[in-house]
Design a protein around this ligand. Structure first.
Ligand SMILES: NC(=O)c1ccc[n+]([C@@H]2O[C@H](COP(=O)([O-])OP(=O)(O)OC[C@H]3O[C@@H](n4cnc5c(N)ncnc54)[C@H](OP(=O)(O)O)[C@@H]3O)[C@@H](O)[C@H]2O)c1
Length: 360
């Protein structure tokens, strides 16, 4: 039996291809290993960021590929088809981080009733969240359309939840208006949904002209402004900037426009892939990368065991019911569809109301 992997050239993301490898027999798998069939996975701009930051944040190390190529990590589901672990049954469903491939070998470690970890040596250089798998067989929250929403949005909404928490904890650094770039992205509208619930905070969505109507239709931005019109915003009160676009030119324009009234400038994403390594010193708050694991660790200490999960679950419960109105889930199966969705996402051709669930 063969596995199929979809791989991309690490230094030229437009170049992608499929490769086939032989699947190992059960006897050839390490002790405690599982062979998992990757059944469905989500694909959004966030996965492109994994590729862009593949070297820097070690994402390329997770799922090895031939020289100069990488396998982009995706969030999704797998079914255990071979198990060398006494506590994990064939047929179980796992939710977590998978390669764009038909199969993955997981070296099961720390197996509990709720989850397990891939203990493979080559995966240990990344944050623990990327090696954790939830055991979700029969769980209605991870089944059908709810499961699609989990794969598409759960990891993104965790970021939205953490940024909302950071801003709230710091009283918005004195700002009363928060601007979000790439406002049409799932991560941004998850954050806008949370910020919109806070009293006295105005949420401003910055987006490209074709996505204005979608962003307005969400109902969680008080105001929507196109990128070419940002300097027309009033500059007379303190603002915070949460940047999903990673566009250096836009960041500079905003900092120069608001000057010292720019109270927080947090970098989250790279949808526009135009961050310059040599940015000038900008007026206002110094731009800083938001690093999610730091905020999780801090809150885990302060809130105690289960505290983050409990609050996140409550936030998700308020967010998920909107998704039927905001998103259309599109299922795609097979190499040609996967390649098309990959290239469309890479080149910014996916309408923001689409959520792609794929399998090879
Ligand atoms: N730091 C973290 O831990 C973390 C966690 C989650 C997400 N993120 C980041 O947040 C960003 C959003 O991710 P997502 O998965 O939520 O995105 P998504 O829903 O797929 O976002 C789609 C939107 O992004 C913009 N976009 C996408 N591709 C583009 C391109 N090639 N050129 C120009 N604009 C493009 C467009 O928005 P506009 O027209 O509105 O600009 C588009 O409507 C990503 O950069 C992701 O990496 C970071």
């Amino acid at each position: 039996m063969h596995a199929t992997d979809f791989i991309v050239a690490r230094n030229d993301l437009q170049h992608c291809k499929l490769i086939e490898t032989r699947l190992p027999d059960a006897a050839a798998l390490p002790a405690d290993a599982l062979l998992v069939r990757v059944t469905r996975f989500a694909f959004t701009a966030n996965n492109i960021t994994y590729a862009v930051a593949g070297y820097q944040l070690k994402y390329w190390e997770l799922f090895p590929a031939p020289k100069d190529f990488g396998n982009i990590p995706v969030w999704g589901f797998g079914e255990v088809i071979t198990s060398n672990h006494p506590d994990v049954a064939i047929g179980e469903t796992l939710f977590g981080y998978f390669p764009m491939a038909t199969h993955l070998v997981i070296e099961a470690a720390d197996v509990t009733r709720r989850g397990l970890r891939d203990g493979a040596a080559h995966r240990q250089g990344v944050a623990p969240v990327y090696n954790a798998y939830a055991r979700v067989s029969g769980d209605p929250v991870f089944t059908g359309k709810q499961g699609d929403y989990q794969a598409l949005l759960r990891p993104l909404f965790m970021l939205s939840f953490l940024v909302d928490d950071l801003l709230g904890e710091n009283e918005f650094y004195g700002a009363r208006r928060v601007m979000l770039s790439s406002a049409s992205s799932k991560t941004a509208f998850g954050l806008a949904h949370l910020l919109h619930k806070r009293s006295g905070i105005q949420v401003i969505g910055l987006t490209s002209a074709p996505n204005v109507e979608f962003v307005k239709s969400l109902g969680c931005y008080h105001e929507v402004v196109t990128y070419d019109a940002v300097t027309s915003m009033p500059d007379d009160s303190p603002v915070a900037y949460v940047d999903m676009a990673g566009n250096s030119g836009l960041r500079e324009k905003l900092h120069r426009h608001f000057g010292d009234r720019m109270k927080y400038s947090g970098q989250i994403g790279l949808t526009h892939r135009s961050t310059s390594p040599n940015e000038p010193t900008l007026p206002g708050a110094k731009p800083v990368w938001f690093f999610a694991p730091d905020q999780i660790r801090k809150r885990a200490r302060e809130w105690g065991p289960g505290g983050v999960d409990m609050r996140f679950a409550a936030a998700w419960a308020g967010f998920a019911p909107n998704l039927d109105r905001w998103l259309t889930v599109t299922e795609g199966r097979g190499p040609a569809v996967v390649q098309q969705v990959y290239l469309d996402t890479l080149n910014g051709r996916v309408p923001p109301d689409q959520g792609h669930i794929l399998s090879l």
